[in-house]
Structure formats: C-alpha cells, structure tokens
Design a protein around this ligand. Structure first.
Ligand code: ADP
Ligand code: MG
Length: 399
C-alpha cells in the first residue's frame, strides 16, 4: 500500500554563522527511469526515505539506516529541493562575504545535473517559461533568489554589488573555460591554502542582470555537452564549476578613510560520476583519462576521509594533490560554508554505487568549517584586477 507522505521540514534560513559550521549534507533519490522499471528480474526499490532525514537501505538480514540533514524521495519537486536544501542560506551568506559551495555527488545518471540545472541540463533553456519555472534546478533558482535579495539589499545599504561570473570544467586534470572555450585548456590553479586558490586566466565576466547570468549557465552547459559529444562523454567524467563572485565596497569600520571590498562567492559544482571506471578495458588515451579523473575524485574522497576522521592520515589533508581539491579547499575544512547534495537511484541495479554514495555522504557530514568573511582593501582588489588584465593582454587574449 502506498505510504502516506508526511514531511515536516525546517527551512534553513538563519544566516548567522557560529565559529564552526558543519558541512550540510542532503540526499535525493530520483524516480526509477524506464530502464530500471523494465528490468524484469528485479525492478525493486532497495532504498527509501523515512521521515525527513533518514534513508533506509534494505538488505538481507537487516536494514541499515543513514541519517542526513534532509532527504528527498522520488516524489520531491525541484521547488521543494530548492526550498529545503539550505541553498538560500548559502546565497544569503555569499552576499555577506562568505565563500560558499554547493556540490552534487553521485554516479552517472543519478540526477546530479537534473537537480543542479534541470532536466537535460542545457535542454531546459529551450523550453517555454512555464516548463522552466516548474523544472529549473537549484542553480537557476538560487540565481533568481540572489538577484531578488540583491535588489532588497541595495535599497537598504545604497552601496552597489558587483557580480563576476566564471564557468569552467576540470577534465583530465585540465581546466577548460566554459564561457570562452577558445581559451587554452591548460589553465593553472594558483594561490595558497591561506589566501584561497583560483584559476589563473579564467575568463570572468561582470554581469548585471539575471538573464545575463542564465545565458552564461546555458552556454556553459552547451559547451560542456558539445565537448562530451566529441570526446566520448566527458560530461559524466568532468567536474563543472560555476562561480559567482559577489563584491561590495564598504567603509572600513576601524578606519573610515579606508575602503574595503567584501568578496563573497557562490560556487556550484556538478561533480564527475562517482562510479568506478573499469580500468581493465582502458587503452591509450582512455587510460590517461581514467587515471586523471580518478585523481581529482579520489583526492576529494581522501580529503573528505581525512577531514571526517582526524586520526586518518594523521590530520594531513592532501588538498594539493588535485586541481579539484585545491579549488574546493575552502569549502572542505576551510573558511567556507558548504552544502553537499548526494544523488542516488532507488533501483536494485544501482545498489552498490548508491550505498557507496551514502557512505561517502555520511563521512562528509562530519566535516567542520570555520567560516570567515572575505574582505580585501579596495586597492588590493583593483591592483589584482589590473594585473590580470595585463596578463591577459600579454598573451593576446581578446578582452
Ligand atoms: P547525472 O547528471 O547524475 O548523470 P542526470 O541529471 O542526467 O544524471 O539524470 C539522469 C536521468 O534521470 C535524466 O533523464 C534525468 O532527467 C532523470 N532524472 C534525474 N533526476 C530526476 C528526478 N528527480 N525526477 C525525474 N527525473 C529525473
Ligand atoms: Mg550530469
């Protein structure tokens, strides 16, 4: 008999951050897809939600229970996931100057892109307004909320906000610019654990309207899909990062002569599929691919393990070992605020990968960050931008 759906949820909106802020972990189970339903042998659900925070894995002798900050079952809508995910809190904090990250983890086909962008990724942008409103994923909804909040805030403080956007993908430990695909593929990660890491020479564009931002998201998704067509399904093996930098110039509290710039950031990461790639069949280029993709994702796993249990690796977190983990250093055990969305299929066909995702998510929820607002003197910000412009000119990029 169908189970009555009773879900009481708290909407996490409080934007006050204490000294420690645990990584928030939510799990979404997608509906079975055709292939799974047609699996005549065993079209079974092996994972189900219980209440608003438990997932029960049914197996053999006994069931296993996993608990998270929130869980979403097959019937959850995009609007519900957006509302109760905690993403609004991240947007509010990014406006206040925190570095915030929302990442989606799970095997290929588990619903990461559906949850982050919408059904079919770039395809949703070609649908009509009604469809989009109903089916947009977390990123476009968060962007909408961001602009709404900025309008309200600007009226309160009368100090304008500046928004810069960058979009890239990490594939084979190479960083590809998704806004300017003609940009070379060997972009480097610079910076330090202390000051944060960034992608050098990654194209960043100032935007003023929500439509400009949505266009970038759409074009990025298209560029991602295009590469995957040529390069043998990269989209399931690449990590896509959309970064929205939110800056505001303020008077320094201590020194009214000094202007400071508050630099918050909201990053969405659609991670590569978490499934193990069968190495035995890999040859030549394929093999390199496998190793490198594993490098970023494996290092992410190692970092999460080390952070969730300080006894592991004697407290050493190997952020430096991959591009992905350097760029995510602040989000994991650093000064950022983080939301992880783990996506799983309910089907018995995916049981092992789903359990592995749940264990991964279970470790991530132990990670504590120590959030700090990022500010910089206005002069420093301007100088850094000038330097970047000069570099770009030197290398003959079109600006
Ligand atoms: P991933 O990005 O993890 O590889 P996708 O987001 O592309 O997975 O999802 C795989 C398929 O399942 C797509 O056809 C997608 O539309 C569908 N799907 C995923 N999540 C849901 C959901 N919550 N509701 C309905 N369909 C979904
Ligand atoms: Mg995807």
């Amino acid at each position: 008999a169908p189970v009555q759906r009773t879900i009481y949820r708290n909407e996490p909106t409080a934007s006050i951050v204490s000294e420690k802020d645990r990584v928030r972990v939510i799990v979404r189970i997608r509906p079975m897809i055709e292939r799974e339903l047609e699996n005549q042998n065993d079209p079974q659900t092996v994972l189900r939600c219980e209440g608003e925070s438990s997932i029960i894995a049914e197996g053999g002798q006994h069931n296993r229970r996993f608990t998270f900050d929130n869980v979403f079952d097959e019937r959850s809508t995009q609007e519900e996931v957006f509302r109760y995910s905690g993403i609004k809190r991240l947007v509010d904090l990014a406006i206040e100057g925190y570095v915030t990250t929302c990442f989606a983890y799970g095997q290929t086909g588990s619903g990461k892109t559906h949850t982050m962008v919408g059904p079919g990724g770039a395809a949703i942008f070609r649908m009509d307004e009604n469809y989009r409103t109903k089916n947009f994923g977390i990123a476009p909804r968060a962007i909408n909320y961001l602009f709404q909040r900025l309008r309200e805030k600007t009226q309160e403080t009368n100090s304008p906000y500046y928004i810069r956007v960058a979009y890239c993908e990490i594939y084979n430990e190479q960083i590809r610019d998704l806004i300017r695909p003609e940009n070379p593929d060997n972009l480097q990660v610079r910076g330090s654990i202390q000051d944060g890491f960034y992608v050098e020479n990654l194209y960043q564009t100032y935007i003023e309207t929500i439509d400009e931002l949505l266009t970038i998201l759409e074009e990025g998704e298209l560029n991602r899909a295009m590469a995957s067509h040529h390069l043998n399904d990269t989209s399931s093996r690449s990590h896509a990062m959309l970064s929205i930098q939110i800056e505001q110039d303020l008077q320094d509290y201590d020194d009214s002569q000094q202007q400071i710039t508050r630099q918050g950031k909201l990053t969405f990461v659609d991670l590569a599929g978490s499934e193990k790639v069968k190495v035995s069949h890999s040859k030549g280029k394929q093999l390199v691919e496998t190793n490198n993709i594993n490098k970023s994702l494996l290092t992410l796993g190692t970092c999460i393990s080390a952070l969730s249990d300080p006894n592991k690796l004697n407290g050493h977190v190997p952020y430096r070992e991959s591009k992905l983990t350097r760029l995510l250093a602040d989000s994991l055990g650093g000064h950022g605020v983080t939301l992880m969305i783990a996506c799983i299929s309910p089907s018995s066909l995916c049981e092992n990968e789903s359990l592995s995702t749940l264990r991964y998510a279970n470790r991530a929820k132990n990670i504590e960050n120590a959030p700090l607002v990022k500010t910089d003197s206005k002069e420093n910000v301007i100088n850094r931008l000038k330097l970047e412009v000069r570099k770009l000119k030197d290398e003959n990029y079109e600006l």
